[in-house]
Ligand binder design. Sequence first.
Ligand code: AN7
Length: 408
Amino acid sequence: MSWRFKCINCGSNYEISEIIYRCRKCNDLLEVEFDFAEMTEKIWKNEWKRRPISVWKYKELFPVSDESKIITLKEGGTNLYECGNLAEKLKLRVLHVKNEGENPTGSFKDRGMTVGVTKAFEFGIKTVICASTGNTSASLAAYAAKAKLQCIVLIPSGKIAQGKLAQAMVYGARVVQVRGNFDQALKTVLTLSERHKEAYLLNSINPFRVEGQKSLAYEICEQLNEPPDTVIVPVGNAGNISAIWKGFTEFYKLGLIDKLPRMIGVQAEGSAPIAQAVKNGKGTIVPINEPETVATAIRIGFPVSWKKAIKAIMESGGKAETVTDTEILEAQKLLARSEGLFVEPASASSIAGLRKLLEAGKMDRDEVVVCVTTGHGLKDPDSAVRISEKPSEVDAEIGSVERLLGFS
Ligand code: AN7
């Protein structure tokens, strides 16, 4: 199988054996490409059927040369829940939730890291690095531990959820808190990794990360037996929506599905450069200097993959929506209380976006919808406690408990 990096702007090609993060000619993003003609039917007709659903089920579609070097924590294969209670409340025909919080470190990032860290290991790299709003750092730290690599993570000081910080720390990463926001931290690690090739960058600017994350689309197709009408994704740095769209288009080109879903990207109102651009019919974003939202995972003002994301939304005939912090937190509770699914605020923005579009009459209630919930609720326990009714306290005595609960 022949693989290459291709620049999304000028089309320049690079060998995938090169350590390179962006095009040397025009500085734009790279994407992994393969020759579809080389994929034989044998692969999916015979091999895939025998393997359990997971990222590596589709290993023929990832640019990994030595299978014995795969670094895995058994990622992917997350459940797709049919959410009848919530669909009824929203007056929608069919709603599924692809719950990425079920991955090994509790977010979709693990799909990307298994491929990205495998490549780092193949390259013989000793140190991996990222900037993160939390989940990327937790995931990279875990995969680095498994691969026996040193891990350095840069996070915005005081702005990441406790669960994620705990993960990065306990997995043994070198945690550096940057006095600044995510965008500044990312700019710093990008420069650092380009200056010091020994520090391999595993943010989603790394095309191998996006490769792993495309598996989410493959799994949805398998779990539903066909693509849904619409897929709704929370958007921050915009790697995930781009990866998912890439996955769907690959299955389509391989003849495994015969239609493509519409991609809807949802951003938090205080950090929504992509959603604003799409809504205004613009092809470029206006970066936001001081992004703010309770959904700290997507508190990103200058998304690296904005161009890929706008292309995914436009090509698929999709749209974008913004949601307020209140709408996000309401959606988080609504999903938890209707379906027993506890997701972090950023993840709930897909549900909040769906609700808003339905209420505004901008979506058809007969559609088959998949909302992607990107991270586990326990990642951000403080926010969950803040928005919920406080527990009551009583003496450890039957009479008091009866009185409190209204048992007479
Ligand atoms: C739960 O961890 O950017 O649009 O540094 O953790 O692919 O960036 C996290 C992003 C959505 C947005 N939901 O995905 C990081 C980071 C959750 C997230 C996103 C993130 P992208």
